[in-house]
Design a protein around this ligand. Structure first.
Ligand code: GLC
Length: 564
């Protein structure tokens, strides 16, 4: 493997910023672009290389809030929502990011617009309107058309909405105020590809593609067949197969068109959001091209399989084996433990900092591109999001479900109020955690843990989670093997139950990662004669001192080390 064979996005570490919650520079309790610019030095010092921004495009006012699905319901694809700033500030953001030798990735919501988008308003104005066909409209079932056109589901249940004005039904893959665009209409395709080009011309380095698996639906609108599954990774839901609405071959073909579009520019990239089995996910990367190292589909896809993996070495071992099976080099897996739709990882793992450190080592040393969710580096935990005060559109949609049932469902990993993972970033221990000025009500309550868990405090503490991330990112940057090296698990037999061990190899460099998930001290025979410690989750550990331990490597409880 030669270094120059690798593209920047194969080696990078991505950090997701949720703009609304990162830093408020105007004093209205809502994060904004200028606030992000003020914090770029922090991100550079942290050591992340690419920043992915959740949407900051205009999204309609929905009383009493603006931004109904927080930007995933777009009403203008080529503007900045006034709450976040102006196009001038955006251009400056791109420049400031590039000046720091970092990359910027935007979120692109191709599947649907807001119900308030002028296109949809035109579309629903009459059946003859030229934009009518831009969305998916159908007559209802006979005799009087008052039943939905077919039995399709959306991801949240009902998929068809009746519109009395046109006496037709429109389709939505997500929430009812997010009507799906009709990708079988060539004008829609042209317009959306133009949107993709618009921001690339402005200098952005790529896109995270929202719900990319739902773009095309069955052209004949056939009913979805029955499957004996309440739920499946590939989108089957409530005993209905997803084959008429999700992962259609036309969608895969369109991903190739998207790829060809970004390839009109130099060095851009696409990562797709698509909840699916590894087998299906792989198909989104397209076919191997003649050079044997690149594909003609998306560059990366999120592998969400890690998201709910418990802190058990065997579970990670299996997962890593699966990733290597389905995504061997030159495929690049992704490592994702949190995002704006998921409960905070640290809360899932019992709010345990030792485990969070092990998790961080794994994420930043396994083969693949890591995606870090803002605040995970300081151990931000899940906010208490009650149904009553919720801001999240999903929570509103399921308002009829009583809180106690939500709590029970939550135990099974179904997340009904995403406010909990979207609370403002905790910068310091002042009132409002340095996110917005004191005496202002932030758009979501600051998590009470901010007094102890904040950037300012953790920067000064050598043993903090933040400093663990910083060191790890530095070690990763200094060692190509950790970025792009081959990966192999090391078999410790019985000890595989409590310890996860693997190595990464790049040319002559071999790097070992040993992670002790247990609460017992371990002594493991060193795989090499003179191992040199390059990282430990213990801040004060400087060496391995094999002689002291009879040629063994000592691992203290919950310690993760990297050596070469
Ligand atoms: C994606 C986004 C989510 C959004 C939904 C609809 O899953 O991550 O936040 O609500 O799509 O666009």
């Amino acid at each position: 493997m030669l270094d120059n064979k690798f593209k920047w996005w194969q080696k990078t570490v991505v950090y997701q910023v949720y703009p609304r919650s990162f830093k408020d520079s105007t004093g209205n309790g809502i994060g904004d672009l200028q606030g992000i610019i003020e914090k770029l030095d922090y991100l550079q010092e942290l050591g992340v290389e690419t920043i992915w921004f959740s949407p900051f495009y205009p999204s309609p006012i929905y009383k009493p809030y603006s931004q109904h699905d927080c930007g995933y319901d777009i009403s203008n694809y080529k503007e900045i929502h006034p709450e976040y700033g102006t196009m001038e500030i955006f251009d400056n953001l791109v420049k400031e990011i590039h000046d720091r030798d970092m990359k910027i990735v935007l979120d692109m919501v191709l599947n649907h617009t807001s119900i308030e988008h002028p296109w949809f308003k035109e579309s629903r104005s009459s059946r003859d309107n030229p934009k009518h066909d831009w969305y998916i409209w159908r007559d209802g079932r006979k005799p009087n058309g008052k039943k939905p056109p077919n039995n399709w589901n959306s991801m949240i249940g009902k998929a068809w909405e009746y519109d009395p004005h046109t006496d037709q039904w429109f389709y939505h893959a997500f929430l009812p105020f997010q009507p799906d665009l009709n990708y079988r209409n060539s004008e829609v395709q042209r317009e959306m590809l133009d949107t993709v080009r618009f921001w690339l011309k402005k200098g952005v380095d790529g896109y995270r593609l929202d719900l990319i698996n739902t773009l095309f639906k069955d052209a004949q609108f056939r009913n979805t067949p029955f499957v004996f599954k309440l739920y499946s990774e590939d989108g089957d839901l409530f005993f209905r197969s997803s084959e008429m609405t999700i992962n259609l071959p036309d969608t895969l073909e369109f991903c190739k068109i998207l790829r060809a579009t970004i390839d009109e520019f130099l060095d851009k990239f696409l990562v797709g959001e698509n909840n699916a089995s590894l087998k299906i996910l792989k198909t989104y990367l397209g076919d191997m091209s003649k050079d044997g190292i690149s594909h003609d589909g998306l560059n990366l896809v999120f592998l969400f399989q890690s998201m709910n993996t418990p802190m058990k070495p065997k579970r990670f071992r299996n997962l890593m084996q699966m990733y290597e099976k389905w995504f061997p080099y030159p495929y690049t897996p992704t490592w994702v433990f949190g995002n704006h739709d998921q409960m905070r990882r640290i809360t899932k793992i019992g709010d345990n900092f030792n485990k969070a450190k092990i998790n961080a080592v794994l994420q930043l040393t396994a083969r693949g591109v890591p995606f870090i969710y803002y605040g995970d580096e300081i151990g931000m935990k899940e906010g208490k999001a009650s149904k009553k005060d919720s801001r999240d559109a999903i929570s509103h949609h399921f308002n009829w479900i009583p809180q106690f049932i939500r709590n029970i469902i939550g135990k099974y990993g179904i997340y009904m109020n995403r406010d909990g993972c979207r609370t403002p970033m905790q910068w310091d221990d002042s009132e409002n955690a340095g996110f917005c000025p004191p005496n202002i009500e932030p758009w979501l309550p600051i998590h009470p843990s901010f007094v102890k868990r904040n950037v300012n405090r953790e920067e000064k503490d050598v043993g903090s989670l933040l400093n663990c991330y910083r060191k790890l990112l530095k070690v990763r940057k200094e060692n190509l093997a950790l970025q792009i090296g081959d990966f192999a698990l090391i078999n410790l037999k019985k000890l595989n139950k409590i310890c996860l061990t693997y190595h990464r190899i790049y040319e002559k460099q071999k790097i070992f990662v040993y992670l002790n998930f247990g609460n017992k001290e371990l002594f493991l025979l060193s795989p090499i004669q003179k191992p040199q410690l390059i990282f430990s989750t213990l801040p004060n550990r400087k060496a391995l001192n094999l002689k002291v331990y009879n040629g063994n490597i000592k691992l203290t409880p919950f310690e993760g080390i990297i050596f070469k």
